[in-house]
Design a protein around this ligand. Structure first.
Ligand code: ADP
Ligand code: ADP
Ligand code: MG
Length: 686
């Protein structure tokens, strides 16, 4: 039991110890719990802080979002406004156009009016003349009237004189009457005396009776006379009355006439005033007309003079240009250079969107020595200048371009080997330059060259020349040759190896391609048909740049052999016109598969071409003609006394700047090369 108790005590002690340990642990755990609690509260505080911040941020963001929405809506409304204004502008433009039409109509009307006014002026002048005539007639009429008035005044005075004369006669007659009556009285007295004396003087009675009788007779006569005189007097009185009436009517007439005369004089004066005003106006008009006429004459003379000077200057320019061309040609012939022409295509607008259609900053210096021969390109703020034998800007027509190469084409008739290449990236206008589009002004260099050759060969017939021409057209695609004129040619590539198309050169510098179709041509119509046929059978592939650009080299060859019956001369010329495949580098067209292979072989053959040109120029012993089909085919036409010209076609789009710089650099290097034998050396070696 004591053992057991001992064991139990030990046990109790152990338990006590254990309890102490647990207590200590509990204590420790409580301390950690406190620490954890405090940490927890801290974390909570941090969390709440973070939540606050996030809330603030959220608020801020929602506010910004609202702002943005507001700006969006504002911008939308602005866009609407802009669209509206654009529409309005369009309308306005239409309005302006219509108003312009109206104005042209107005102009016509105004010119018409001007015509009418000049006619009216003429009419006014006519009426003026007529008025003057009328005025003179009025003056005449007036003088006539005045003459009439003076005449009537004269008649009045005459009548008054007559009247006075009549009065006098009347007075005389009265006197006579008086004397007669006194005589009668005296006679009566004497009669009475005689009666009284009758008694006394009976004897005397008889004679007195006779006397008396006579006296009676006399008296009767006198009475009759008296009566007559009385009648006459009455007549005279009547006449006087009448003449006084007449006189009155005359005077009224005269006063009326005078009145009319006065009114007419007034009228005349007003008319004269009007006339004076009109003549003054006329004079003024005359003066201005004369001034205008003299001004017009002066201007006309000036214009004439300027036109003459312009024509003169133009002719001088033309002469100078011709001289320059000739000198340039001569220099080139002396140097044996490859000529390089650069042609910039216009921007094409038919894609609809403006993507990549902004023009690159290409400019054409206009200084005297570099006009038409230089091109400047701005790339990333850097100005690159290039100059070639000729630079055609986007305005140059096919005719303008052809004028520059016509001399070279002429050389083919003279018995030279001529090569004309078109180099440039796809879509830069190589095919446009070489073939052109159907239609008269868009024809390319190939149809124009052929036209010229046929025309010139015909005109040379009169000098005894007879030409024979053969055309062939082939295409080099992935380093294999295709015959574009093969009869019944299948559309796909004929790789069945039935035709080898191997190129062979003979020692006379003639090249033959086995199995190649060669067609004799006698007129431009023949060649046009061939070209049409060939362009249908060309390989075209799609790249991202130009759906219709060819991925092959196109070679048109015209062999010209001419002989002169008269002189026995014989010439063999060759004209090669080559539309090279697009020169763009791989990255740009991002091709894969077949396209990749194509692009690689194009790049290879183009670099082979430049290798050949540079090797010839350096005078290397080995020229790697065999590195590509194209150079091997053209071997006799590169070097020797051949003439080569390269068109470098340039796309004006800003997106093509990289390719453009590559093309321009390549062209400048080619331009510096001499591949022909300098003419001087030939002439001294003979
Ligand atoms: P490439 O043969 O180099 O691939 P294209 O000749 O097919 O290029 O030209 C591409 C496009 O540009 C064609 O639609 C062509 O008609 C047009 N074009 C090229 N040059 C001119 C030019 N000088 N004037 C007008 N259009 C042109
Ligand atoms: P021919 O009349 O004897 O056939 P051409 O006078 O037509 O020869 O000359 C042939 C080519 O050589 C022409 O293109 C001409 O411009 C060029 N040519 C001839 N003589 C010279 C010379 N002295 N310097 C430069 N070019 C010359
Ligand atoms: Mg093309």
């Amino acid at each position: 039991m004591s053992d057991y108790i001992k064991k139990l005590r030990a046990c109790i002690r152990w338990y006590m110890e254990l309890e102490d340990g647990y207590l200590a642990e509990q204590e420790k755990l409580r301390g950690t719990l406190d620490a954890e609690n405090s940490r927890h509260t801290q974390l909570e505080a941090q969390l709440s802080n973070a939540i606050e911040e996030l809330k603030a941020a959220n608020l801020d963001l929602t506010r910004r979002c609202e702002n943005l929405e507001e700006t969006l809506s504002r911008e939308k409304s602005e866009k609407l406004i802009a669209a509206e204004s654009y529409e309005k502008e369009m309308q306005e433009r239409e309005l302006a156009e219509s108003s312009r039409d109206l104005l042209t109509v107005d102009l016509e009307r105004v010119t018409h009016d001007a015509k009418r006014f000049s006619e009216q002026l003429k009419m006014v002048q006519d009426t003026n003349k007529r008025l003057q005539e009328y005025n003179t007639s009025l003056q005449q009429y007036n003088s006539n009237l005045q003459a009439d008035a003076s005449k009537s005044g004269e008649t009045i005075s005459k009548l008054q004189k007559e009247k006075s004369a009549m009065m006098e006669t009347m007075a005389a007659l009265r006197e006579c009457n008086n004397s007669m009556s006194s005589q009668l009285e005296s006679s009566r007295a004497s009669q009475q005396e005689a009666i009284r004396v009758k008694e006394e003087l009976r004897k005397e009675v008889e004679c007195f009776r006779a006397e008396l009788k006579q006296a009676r007779d006399d008296r009767d006569h006198s009475v009759a006379q008296l009566n007559n005189l009385n009648i006459e007097l009455a007549n005279c009185k009547e006449q006087i009355g009448r003449s006084s009436k007449e006189c009155e009517s005359m005077s009224t007439k005269v006063s009326a006439l005078e009145e009319t005369c006065n009114t007419q004089q007034d009228q005349i004066q007003t008319l004269q005033k009007q006339l004076a005003v009109a003549t003054e106006k006329l004079k003024l008009a005359d003066v201005t007309a004369i001034e205008a006429m003299t001004g017009y004459e002066e201007q006309k003379e000036k214009i004439k003079y300027l036109e003459e000077r312009l024509a003169h200057a133009e002719s001088q320019i033309v002469e100078g240009d011709e001289l320059r061309k000739k000198l340039h040609n001569t220099i080139l012939e002396l140097k044996g250079n490859i000529r390089v022409f650069c042609r910039v295509r216009p921007l094409l607008r038919f894609h609809g969107d403006s993507n990549g259609l902004e023009g690159a900053s290409i400019s054409f210096p206009t200084s005297v020595e570099s006009a038409g021969r230089a091109i400047d390109l701005m790339n990333q703020g850097q100005k690159l200048s290039f100059s070639y034998d000729k630079v055609f800007d986007h305005n140059a027509s096919q005719e303008d371009v052809f004028v520059e190469i016509s001399q070279l084409v002429q050389s083919a008739l003279d018995g030279y080997k001529v090569c004309i290449f078109a180099y440039g990236q796809t879509g830069s206008g190589k095919t446009y330059t070489m073939m052109g589009r159907p239609g008269n002004d868009q024809k390319g260099m190939i149809p124009r060259s052929l036209e010229q050759i046929f025309k010139t060969s015909q005109s040379l017939e009169s000098q005894g020349w007879e030409y024979f021409m053969q055309a062939s057209m082939l295409e080099i695609y992935n380093e294999s040759i295709r015959d574009l004129l093969a009869p019944g040619r299948p559309n796909s590539f004929d790789m069945s190896a039935s035709k080898q198309y191997t190129i062979k050169h003979d020692p006379h510098g003639n090249t033959t391609v086995s199995d190649l179709t060669i067609i004799d041509v006698f007129s431009i119509a023949d060649v046009t048909n061939l070209l049409e046929k060939a362009s249908h059978s060309r390989s075209v592939g799609k790249t991202q740049m130009n759906e219709q650009s060819s991925r092959s080299h196109f070679v048109f060859t015209l062999k010209i052999s001419g002989s002169n019956k008269n002189t026995g001369q014989h010439v063999e010329g060759i004209l090669n016109l080559i539309d090279l495949a697009g020169s763009e580098r791989l990255a740009k067209s991002s091709s894969t598969g077949d396209r990749l292979k194509e692009t690689q072989s194009i790049n290879k053959s183009l670099s082979a071409l430049s290798d050949v040109i540079f090797a010839i120029a350096k005078g290397d012993d080995h020229v790697p003609f065999r590195n590509s089909k194209l150079t091997y085919l053209l071997q006799p036409c590169l070097g020797g006394d051949s003439k080569a010209l390269m068109f470098v076609n340039i796309s004006p789009e800003a997106s093509s700047v990289g390719e453009t710089i590559c093309s321009l650099r390549f062209a400048s290097r080619v331009n510096a090369c001499e591949i022909g034998i300098p003419r001087r050396r030939t002439s001294t070696s003979i």
